[in-house]
Design a protein around this ligand. Structure first.
Ligand SMILES: N[C@@H](CCC(=O)N[C@@H](CS)C(=O)NCC(=O)O)C(=O)O
Length: 233
């Protein structure tokens, strides 16, 4: 439900002032988590591309929104929020439709645990400056093996963790927070880092199930307005 236009006339200007804005990069898995959340909740938003390869995230203008220099950033009127987890919890509280967390406290905890395995135990190791550092220090392929190692470690833990809770999706037959973190991470593991998903049958199965969900598919990297033509789908 991303849109680029801001509407015309006074009514249009009022509307655009209120509309959610997401600062995003097509290939950013952290932005993708939020794009899925916005889609599931049926929220329209303006997509503001931030070109990480050109360094847009380090401009003084962007650093005013997020001093750490990372996407995603959500702007909702006067509210400016960074960190995908915080943004999703904000959306969850403000827009309760299509809950992102199950009612059962244990399943809710498992969702937090799975999300955190990805956002603190996998994704940070594949961030662009880290991969560049690994390439420069250890050679041209060191970045890929480094990222794969951390993906494998995290996916092995996730397979064990989700074994007793999964249904069609990560923690049952409805999609919840864990799925929002898993979908882009598995997509990146397959497309960017060429991880063999045969090692992770449960994750491979639920990833397949996401392919039937428009809220997930529309949020994937190849569907974003800033995706280069050769990566569009
Ligand atoms: N913990 C943050 C991580 C955000 C993050 O690492 N974003 C990456 C893209 S997925 C980024 O903007 N990287 C820019 C850079 O490393 O220069 C979150 O979950 O939002």
């Amino acid at each position: 439900m991303a849109s680029g236009g801001s509407g015309g006339g006074i009514a249009g200007a009022e509307e655009s002032k209120k509309k959610l804005k997401l600062y995003s990069y097509w290939r950013s898995s952290c932005s993708c988590r939020v794009r899925i959340g916005l889609n599931l909740k049926g929220l329209e938003y303006e997509y503001v591309p931030v070109n990480l390869l050109k360094g847009d995230q380090n401009t003084p203008e962007f650093l005013k929104l997020n001093p750490v220099g990372y996407v995603p950033v959500l702007v909702d009127g006067d509210v400016v929020l960074a960190e995908s987890f915080a943004i999703l919890m904000y959306l969850e509280e403000k827009f309760p439709q299509h809950p992102l967390l199950p009612k059962d406290p244990q399943r809710r905890g498992i969702n937090y645990q799975a999300a955190n395995i990805i956002c603190s135990g996998i994704q940070p190791y594949q961030n662009l400056p880290i991969l560049k550092f690994m390439r420069e220090k250890l050679g041209p392929d060191a970045d890929i093996s480094w990222a794969r190692e951390h993906i494998r470690r995290g996916f092995t833990a996730l397979e064990k963790l989700l074994k007793d809770f999964s249904g069609k999706y990560a923690t049952g037959d409805e999609v919840f927070l864990a799925d929002l973190f898993l979908a882009p991470q598995i997509d990146g593991a397959i497309k960017r880092f060429k991880v063999d998903m045969d090692e992770f049958p449960l994750l491979a199965r639920i990833f397949e199930a996401y392919s039937e969900l428009p809220a997930f598919q529309d949020a994937m990297p190849g569907r974003q307005p800033d995706a280069p033509a050769e990566h569009r789908n």
